[in-house]
Design a protein around this ligand. Sequence first.
Ligand SMILES: *Cc1c(COP(=O)(O)O)cnc(C)c1O
Length: 236
Amino acid sequence: MIAPLVETSSDVTISQALATVRSDIAEAVRASGREPSAVTLVAVSKGHDADEAAQAIAAGQRVFGENRVQEAQGKWPPLRAAHADLELHLIGPLQTNKVREAVALFDVIQSLDRARLADALAAEMDKQAKRPRLFVQVNTGEEVQKAGVLPAEAAAFVRWCRDEKKLPVVGLMCIPPVDEEAALHFALLRELAEDAGVTQLSMGMSADFALGVRLGATHVRVGTAIFGERHYPPKA
Ligand SMILES: *Cc1c(COP(=O)(O)O)cnc(C)c1O
């Protein structure tokens, strides 16, 4: 029999795939001379249902990422009720009309990318007395279709968010252009974080998370390598 070219989620269980990703991260973090605890694996469960997320939870995973507020609302409240120690990250674009739901549901919002959103988050955090940690998304490739502040504006935007808006910005996030060397973008993000005075770096996805870790990532966002191909439209 001819071996399949692409491994699908039916060939490898979520728990096995998680173990592989974790060991790849451990190897890369050792190579970067840091402690394993310096890197947080954000398991990206978008496009996968609550049963699949539950399999990852059963395998010990506690930090998850979703890119749509509505999809996350349909999936996570029961899982959170059953597991008090879960941490949920919003990694996709946030519309200002979804800020209330996002502040209520997420522990971390990685996609702060504009002043109007900063204003809305500041007001909503005061109202709910809940303060999710924030990453500023940087459009390192300066792509017109991609969200994020421009590299030249990143440090000033972070300072304005922290100093004027009193927002808990902890780091920067980027999604490199698909057709470019990710390493250049990861190195740029790290430089920009130093300029901005923040220490957390969310960079690296299924294809390049080990590279991200070697270049200093504190958070990697890994979906397909853990859960397999996404089901669209989402089953959840
Ligand atoms: C979907 C998504 C990921 C995960 O992508 P994979 O290639 O499946 O690992 C990471 N970050 C963001 C912002 C995403 O939207």
